[in-house]
Design a protein around this ligand. Sequence first.
Ligand SMILES: [Zn+2]
Length: 102
Amino acid sequence: MLSTTIVHVCARCGSDSIRKNGHAENGGQRAKCLACQRTFILQPQGKRYDQRFKDQVVAAYQDRMSIRGITRTFGVCYKTVSRWVGQKSGDSARLRGHAPAR
Ligand SMILES: [Zn+2]
């Protein structure tokens, strides 16, 4: 008999002190690291976006498109968009949507 044991470790710190922490929107098992408190998905099967697509999304944001508009148009999660925008600009005040309404 052939068996495989998968040891899951924290995505951030590599600790194996993790425990189950509910499920992601797509049904994936979420886990929480007991060492650094980070939560993550054990075996993410999410879409991978290529760099060209990311650039398009960030360009749309820089064209003053709202993040919510981008999530509707491109079908990308709000947090994902704001992360890409943050990576691109390196700006800590990246969430323009959090500014007070005009
Ligand atoms: Zn950790």
